[in-house]
Write a protein that binds this ligand. Structure first.
Ligand code: NAG
Ligand code: NAG
Length: 995
C-alpha cells in the first residue's frame, strides 16, 4: 500500500509547474501584455517628441548666435560668418565669445514719466512738481541720509559731474568722468549692453543741463561700432532726516498693481551712516524690480556697481579735493564658448509620466492575484498539491521577474531614445531605486489581494473607506445645502456592493486599480510636487507624505529628473552616489522608507493571506496551526463523542458500516478512505440554533470502489466533500485518506487526491492541454510521462480531436469544461478522487462519455461522487449512501438497497374496461395486500409486496388470464432506485420533523 502513495511534490516540481503555467498565462494574456508594453513606449515616445519640439523651437535663428553672409573676395559668393557682431541682444548669449567687449558702466535711470515728483501722498517740497512730466524734463533723484548732514550734503554735491567734456581720443577714459545711465532694461548677461542696442538715449547725469546738451557719439566697442545719442538729465540729490524716511518715501512711491497711484522712482539712495573723515560707511538702496521677464535673477545688478562707485567717488572728492578720483572705466563679462539654449523638457515632465509607467505594474499584479483567488483557482491548485509556501515564493518571484524585465526594458528603451533622465543619472542608483520600488509595489499588491480574497477583511477595509467617504459627503452637503434640509443624502454602501455582486469584484478591482494609477500620478504631480518645491513646507511632513508609496515613487523620480535637468543644463553628471548625502536630495530617505515598507507589507501580506486561508481570525494563528493533538490519542480522540441518540437510531446497514470502520481503525489495514465519525457543526448565529451539517459520519472505502452519495439539496454532501478536501476543518471526528489524517497531513493527501469541483474552476485563457500539463506537473509527472498522460487523458474525455485541446477553456461548452474538470481530477493517478456532481448539465452523449471515463478510472482508485442522477449512481457506483440532513440513512450496493427499501413489484396490465374487475380479482388472489396505485380505462397498476408473491406465480396467473380474456399488454417491474431514494428521504425527513 505505502509504495503506491505519492510523496509530497518537491518544491522544485511545484515551482516548475507554477512557473510554466504563469509563463503560458502571460503569453496568452495578449491584451494586458500589449497594454503593459505600449504604455511605457507611448509615454517615452511622447516625451521624445515633446523634447524634440522644444529643442526645435529653441534652435530657431532668433535663439542662435547671429550670422551674416559676407562676400569677402567680391566674387558674388558669400560665406556665412557668425559672431556677436552679427547678433542681437538675444542671440549674443549663444555666441562663442573669446574676448568679451568692454562697456561703460551705467546707472539705472528711471523712465522720465516715473521719476520722483511731488504728489498728494508725498509731501516733500524739495521734489520737482509734476509739470515736468509733460515736457519730459524731470530730474533723476538720489536720496541721501546719514548722521552728519553737513558731510552728507557736501558729498551729494560731488555725486554728479558738473560738465567735463568728452575727449574723443580716449573716449572710455573721458566717459568715466561722466555719470552715464540708461532707462533700458539690462539682460542677464551683459555681452551686449542693452543701452546701446535698444534705440534709447544714454543719459549723462549732470547737476545742471544746458538745453542743447544732446549729441550723437560714434562709439567703437572692438568689433561693434554704434552711433549713440547721448543727452543730459539733471541729477538731483535730496537730504532726508533718516533712513526711515527714505524707506517710507520709497514705499509710497511703489506702484503695486494699483493704477490710481503714481510711481515715484529714484536712481538710488545712500545712507552714509556715521561716516567721517576717518572712515566711510554707506548703505545703498537700488531698484531690483528692473528684471527682464519672470526670471528670478535680479538682472539690474549689472547697473548696481556704478552706484557704488558713485558714492566712493563722492567721498574721495570730499576728502582729497577735486583731482582725486576712483575711475570706473568699463565692465565686461567673462569669455564663454558657444552655447545652445537647451531645456530638458523631458526631465520636467518625466516624474509624472514615469509615475504612470512604474505604477502601472500594481494593478497588473493585483488583478492576476485576485483573479486566481476569486475564481477559486488558488484553492484548486492547493487541492492538487500546490503548497502555500511555494505558491507565495513562486508567484512573488514570477511577478518580480516580470516587473524587472518590464523596468529593464523601460530604462533601456528610455536610454536608447535619448532621454537625459536615464542617461545622466547613475544606473546603479536607478537600479536600486526601481528594484526596491517594484518589490514594495508587489508586496503591497499581495497585501491588498489578500484583503480582497478575504471577504470579511475586504468588507472591513471598505467600511473604513465608506465611513470616510460618507463623512466627507455629509460635511460637504451640510456646507452646501444648509438651507435646504429636505435634500436627500445619498450614502455609499460598499458592503452592499460586495454582497450583491461578488462576481463583480474583479471588475471593481480592475477599475479601482487603474483609476488609482492615473489619479496617483496627477495627485503627485500637482499636489505633492507643489509641497516639494515649497521651501517653507516642513520636511518632516514631506517624509510623512512619503509613507504613501505613490508619493515616495514620485519623490524618487522627481529627484532623478531634478538632477538630470541640472546636469543637462550645466553639462555635468546627474545623480551619483555621493549626492545621496546631500541634505536637499530626498533619495536617501525615500530608499529607506521604501525598503522598510517593503518588508512590512511582505510580512503583513503573508499574514493576512494565512488568516484568509486558515479561516481563523486569531492573532497567533501561526502557533495554533502547529499545535497537533498528541500522537497516541490522535486517531481515537473523537471516537466516542458522537451523539448517542443517532447511534441508537441508526439503521442496521449504517451501524454495520460504523462497526467496520472501527475494526479497520484497530487493525489499521489500508483502505483508501476511512471516515471516522466525521462531524461538522456551524455555530448558531443571530439567535438561530447551531446547524449540524454533517452528523457523525462513518464510512470506509477500499481501493477500486466508487461510492455514490445521494441526497436532497442541503443534506450536507458538499460540506462533507469540503472537509475531505481540506477546505474546512471538521468540528469533531476525522477521516483518513490513504492512511493520512485530514486534520494534519493534508499536504501529503493533496498529492494523492483529485478533485472535480461542482463548478468548473478553470483559467479562461489557458487551453485544456495547458491545464492538464500544469496539474500533471503538480502531480510529479514530467517529460514523456507527462506528455503521454496528458494525451491519454485528453483522449479519454474526448477532448483530443479536432484541435479542442488547444482551444482556450473559456471558449469551451459547459460539457467540455465539465469533462476537462474530470480529466484534471484524474491526472497523475490520484488514489482518492472526489467528484461533486460531475455530470450536471451534460447532454446524454457527453454524459455517457463521462461515465465511461469514470468507470475506467475507478479500477485502481477510490472515487466518492455526489450526484442527483439515480441513473448515474446506478451506472457508476459500487455502493451508495443516501444522505439526509447530515447523516447517512442507508448504505449498500444499488441492488441491496432496492431489495431492502423497494420491497414491492409494480404490476401493470391493460385490458378492455369490461375485464377490469377480473384483473383485480386475479391480483387479489396473488397477493391479498396488493394496492392499486393507478387506474385509467383498462390500464391498471398494482403494488405487490415482494414477500407475498413469487414471480413464477405471477406468470402462471397471467397465462391463465390470457386464456380467459384478451390482455393487450402487461408488465412486472422492480422498484427503481428513485423510488428508494424518495422513500428514504421522506421517511428521514418526516422523522426529523417529528423530533
Ligand atoms: C560733520 O562733518 C563736518 C565736515 O566733514 C565736520 O566738520 C563736522 O565736525 C562733522 N560733525 C560731527 C558732529 O561729527
Ligand atoms: C528734518 O529735520 C529738520 C531739522 O531738524 C527739520 O526742520 C525738518 O522738519 C525735518 N524734516 C522732517 C520731514 O521731519
Amino acid at each position: 500500500m505505502a509504495d503506491s502513495v505519492h510523496g509530497p511534490t518537491s518544491f522544485s516540481t511545484q515551482a516548475n509547474a507554477l512557473l510554466r503555467k504563469n509563463f503560458t498565462f502571460q503569453k496568452r494574456d495578449i491584451k494586458s501584455n500589449i497594454r503593459l508594453i505600449s504604455v511605457p513606449i507611448i509615454l517615452c515616445l511622447l516625451l521624445v517628441f515633446l523634447q524634440n519640439w522644444v529643442n526645435k523651437e529653441l534652435d530657431k535663428p532668433w535663439n542662435r548666435c547671429g550670422c551674416k553672409c559676407i562676400d569677402e573676395n567680391g566674387e558674388g559668393k558669400c560665406e556665412e560668418v557668425c559672431g556677436i557682431e552679427y547678433s542681437d541682444l538675444n542671440q549674443a548669449i549663444s555666441c562663442s565669445i573669446p574676448r568679451p567687449l568692454e562697456w561703460p558702466p551705467l546707472l539705472q535711470i528711471p523712465e522720465s514719466t516715473y521719476r520722483a515728483v511731488q504728489t498728494d501722498f508725498i509731501s516733500y517740497g524739495d521734489l520737482p512738481d509734476d509739470s515736468c512730466k509733460i515736457s519730459g524734463s524731470c530730474p533723476a533723484t538720489i536720496l541721501l541720509t546719514g548722521t552728519n548732514q553737513t558731510l552728507g550734503e557736501s558729498m551729494g554735491t560731488n555725486l554728479f559731474s558738473s560738465g567735463s567734456t568728452l575727449d574723443y581720443s580716449d573716449i572710455f577714459y573721458s566717459l568715466a568722468y561722466n555719470v552715464l545711465g540708461s532707462e533700458s532694461q539690462s539682460k542677464y548677461m551683459n555681452f551686449l549692453e542693452a543701452a546701446f542696442f535698444s534705440n534709447q538715449t544714454v543719459y549723462n547725469v549732470r547737476s545742471q543741463c544746458s538745453p542743447d546738451f544732446t549729441f550723437s557719439l560714434p562709439l567703437d566697442f572692438g568689433s561693434v561700432a554704434v552711433q549713440q545719442e547721448i543727452s543730459c538729465v539733471k541729477g538731483l540729490h535730496l537730504w532726508r532726516n533718516s533712513s526711515h524716511e527714505i524707506n517710507d518715501e520709497l514705499h509710497k512711491g511703489y506702484m503695486n498693481g494699483n493704477p490710481e497711484r503714481k510711481i515715484n522712482e529714484i536712481i538710488a539712495a545712500y545712507d552714509f551712516l556715521n561716516s567721517n573723515r576717518n572712515g566711510f560707511n554707506v548703505s545703498i538702496w537700488y531698484n531690483s524690480s528692473y528684471k527682464n521677464g519672470k526670471s528670478n535673477q535680479p538682472l539690474a545688478l549689472t547697473r548696481v556697481p556704478r552706484s557704488v562707485n558713485l558714492a566712493s567717488n563722492a567721498y574721495i572728492l570730499d576728502l582729497l579735493g577735486p583731482s582725486a578720483r576712483i575711475l570706473f572705466e568699463f565692465v565686461k563679462e567673462m569669455p564663454k564658448p558657444e552655447t545652445k539654449l537647451n531645456l530638458d523638457f523631458a526631465s520636467l515632465l518625466g516624474p509624472l509620466f514615469f509615475t504612470w509607467v512604474v505604477s502601472q505594474l500594481f494593478p497588473v499584479v493585483l488583478i492576476a492575484l485576485v483573479y486566481e483567488k476569486q475564481q477559486k483557482l488558488r484553492i484548486m491548485m492547493k487541492m492538487h498539491g500546490l503548497g502555500d509556501g511555494p505558491y507565495w515564493l513562486i508567484s512573488y518571484a514570477y511577478f518580480l521577474f516580470v516587473a524587472s524585465i518590464y523596468m529593464l526594458c523601460f530604462v533601456i528603451f528610455g536610454s536608447l531614445v535619448g532621454l537625459k533622465f536615464f542617461l545622466l543619472n547613475d544606473y546603479a542608483i536607478q537600479f536600486v531605486f526601481y528594484f526596491i520600488y517594484i518589490n514594495l509595489q508587489e508586496s503591497l499588491a499581495f497585501l491588498v489581494a489578500a484583503f480582497f480574497s478575504n471577504v470579511q477583511a475586504a468588507t472591513g477595509l471598505l467600511s473604513v473607506i465608506e465611513v470616510v467617504v460618507n463623512i466627507a459627503t455629509i460635511a460637504h452637503m451640510k456646507k452646501n445645502v444648509y438651507e435646504n434640509d429636505d435634500e436627500p443624502i445619498f450614502l455609499i454602501n460598499f458592503q452592499q456592493l460586495i454582497l450583491y455582486d461578488r462576481f463583480c469584484l474583479l471588475d471593481i478591482v480592475t477599475v479601482i486599480g487603474y483609476v488609482m494609477v492615473f489619479a496617483n500620478g496627477l495627485l503627485s504631480s500637482f499636489l505633492f510636487q507643489f509641497f516639494l518645491q515649497d521651501e517653507t513646507f516642513s520636511r518632516g511632513w514631506i517624509i510623512v507624505m512619503e509613507l504613501y508609496p505613490g508619493f515616495s515613487l514620485f519623490r524618487g523620480l522627481y529627484e532623478f529628473s531634478h538632477y538630470a535637468f541640472k546636469g543637462n543644463y550645466l553639462g555635468t553628471d546627474g545623480m551619483r552616489w555621493k549626492d545621496l548625502s546631500d541634505g536637499k536630495n530626498g533619495m536617501k530617505e525615500v530608499l529607506i522608507i521604501m525598503l522598510v515598507q517593503w518588508l512590512v507589507f511582505l510580512f503583513l501580506g503573508y499574514y493576512v493571506d494565512q488568516i484568509a486561508s486558515s479561516g481563523k481570525y486569531s492573532l497567533c494563528f501561526m502557533w495554533h496551526s502547529r499545535k497537533r493533538p498528541p500522537p497516541s490519542s490522535r486517531k481515537h480522540s473523537f471516537r466516542r463523542q458522537g451523539s448517542k441518540v443517532f447511534v441508537q437510531m441508526e439503521k442496521p446497514d449504517v451501524a454495520q458500516e460504523r462497526e467496520r470502520v472501527e475494526q479497520l481503525l484497530e487493525s489499521s489495514t489500508g483502505h483508501a478512505v476511512i471516515c471516522d465519525n466525521l462531524e461538522k457543526v456551524y455555530p448558531g448565529k443571530d439567535g438561530n440554533p447551531e446547524k449540524f451539517a454533517v452528523r457523525g459520519l462513518s464510512l470506509a472505502l477500499p481501493q477500486g470502489e466508487c461510492f455514490g452519495m445521494l441526497g436532497p439539496n442541503g443534506a450536507g454532501k458538499t460540506t462533507f466533500i469540503n472537509m475531505m478536501i481540506g477546505l474546512i476543518k471538521p468540528s469533531s471526528g476525522t477521516a483518513y485518506a490513504q492512511g493520512m489524517d485530514i486534520r494534519t497531513d493534508m499536504d501529503m493527501i493533496y498529492t494523492n487526491m483529485g478533485v472535480c469541483p461542482q463548478h468548473d474552476l478553470l483559467w479562461e485563457i489557458l487551453t485544456g492541454r495547458e491545464h492538464l500539463l500544469f496539474y500533471g506537473r503538480l502531480k510529479n509527472l514530467e517529460g514523456a510521462d507527462l506528455t503521454q498522460a496528458v494525451e491519454e487523458s485528453l483522449k479519454s474525455v474526448n477532448l483530443f480531436h479536432g484541435g479542442v485541446a488547444d482551444k482556450k477553456a473559456g471558449k469551451y461548452s459547459g460539457g467540455m469544461k465539465r469533462r476537462l474538470s474530470v480529466a484534471i481530477s484524474l491526472i497523475g493517478d490520484p488514489k482518492v478522487v472526489y467528484m461533486d456532481e460531475p455530470s450536471t448539465g451534460l447532454d446524454p452523449s457527453s454524459r455517457s462519455n463521462l461515465w465511461n471515463v469514470v468507470k475506467r478510472a475507478k479500477q485502481d482508485r477510490a472515487i466518492i461522487l455526489t450526484t442527483h442522477s439515480m441513473e448515474e449512481a446506478e451506472h457508476l457506483c459500487d455502493r451508495l449512501g443516501i444522505f439526509v440532513d447530515g447523516s447517512l440513512q442507508c448504505i449498500g450496493n444499488p441492488k441491496e438497497l432496492k431489495a431492502r427499501y423497494g420491497g414491492s413489484y409494480v404490476f401493470t396490465m391493460t385490458t378492455s374496461s369490461d375485464n377490469e374487475e377480473e384483473v383485480e380479482h386475479m391480483v387479489q388472489s396473488l397477493s391479498p395486500n396488493a394496492n392499486r396505485i393507478y387506474h385509467l380505462s383498462g390500464t391498471q397498476k398494482f403494488e405487490l409486496p415482494k414477500q407475498e408473491v413469487r414471480i413464477a406465480d405471477v406468470f402462471q396467473a397471467v397465462e391463465k388470464a390470457k386464456s380467459r380474456f384478451t390482455v393487450y399488454a402487461w408488465g412486472l417491474a422492480d422498484t427503481t432506485l428513485e423510488d428508494v431514494f424518495i422513500k428514504v428521504a421522506h421517511t428521514a425527513q418526516a422523522f426529523n420533523v417529528l423530533s
